[in-house]
Design a protein around this ligand. Structure first.
Ligand code: GLU
Length: 277
């Protein structure tokens, strides 16, 4: 009798668990379903030259844009069927969580904290945090020279701002804006002394204002750029990882770097290795 009851309880619990998991699985639609009508919405930056830039004529250019298009092509979507959506740093997780974009290619570092909310394919590039100052500046040479008299600009919710807060906040006066282009404006008009974010982003801004700005010091973090997808969308993540590997293997990755950030003299790091977790 006791055995029967225990057995019955066990079977019941198992059935419940199965029902719960089946239900969870059913709820989780893959963004790949959107591809069935040949269309995708992809998040990029609009104001980062060389990476993700919306040009005056409404077209888009940059390495992230090239990666976004290559991935879309592998998913069976033509470039003209991609709708790009601006994805500023502080909004990326919620854009994915709310399903407003299918994936994000926007200088988006893979971090454990972000992985609580979204998943990442990649990395497709490895950058490092650095500093941008005016060309004539001589007293800022690296993060250790950022003392209490210095005003440093970065972007809300970014890993560089976080890093500076944890390591240098005691001294430096950190100003956080929504985008890096606002920081560049502040740097050019003298209301901040330096801008911190990834070296590849800073190089694009320096190239945009020839002779006015320079990147200083060595990179002082490792930023693995991932392609953000909705948490749990393993099907899409796997397909994007395949696409990144193909892009690196067939030479398109190198070509895209050369045609975008490389065109302004930036030396890209070596090719990354995709990490399937
Ligand atoms: N890679 C860094 C991050 O994801 C900085 C660049 C950015 O804000 O997009 O926070």
């Amino acid at each position: 009798m006791r055995i029967t009851r225990a057995l019955r309880f066990g079977v019941g619990a198992l059935a419940l668990a199965l029902a719960a998991s089946a239900c969870g699985g059913g709820d989780e639609k893959s963004a790949l379903d959107n591809v069935k009508d040949g269309k995708l919405t992809v998040g990029i930056k609009y104001d980062q030259p060389g990476l993700g830039l919306r040009n005056k004529d409404g077209s888009f250019s940059g390495f992230d844009v090239e990666v976004a298009k290559y991935v879309a092509d592998k998913l069976g979507v033509k470039p003209e069927n991609i709708t790009f959506k601006e994805s500023p740093t502080p909004q990326r997780e919620s854009l994915l969580e709310n399903g407003q974009v299918d994936y994000i290619v926007a200088t988006y570092s893979i971090t454990d904290k972000r992985k609580e909310k979204v998943d990442f394919a990649g990395p497709y590039y490895v950058a490092g945090q650095s500093l941008l100052v005016k060309s004539e500046n001589t007293d800022i040479t690296g993060p250790e020279s950022l003392n209490g008299n210095k005003k440093l600009c970065s972007v809300k919710g970014s890993t560089p701002a976080q890093n500076v807060k944890e390591k240098y906040a005691k001294d430096v006066q950190l100003q956080e804006f929504d985008t890096y282009s606002l920081c560049v404006e502040a740097l050019l008009n003298g209301s901040v002394d330096a801008l911190t974010t990834d070296d590849i982003i800073l190089a694009g801004f320096a190239a945009q204002s020839p002779g006015k700005l320079k990147v200083v010091g060595k990179s002082f973090t490792t930023e693995n750029y991932g392609i953000g997808v909705k948490k749990g969308d393993k099907e899409l993540r796997d397909k994007i990882n395949d696409a990144i590997e193909a892009m690196i293997a067939d030479g398109s990755w190198e070509k895209a770097i050369a045609a975008t950030v490389g065109a302004s003299g930036f030396q890209a790091t070596q090719k990354p290795t995709v990490n399937r977790y």
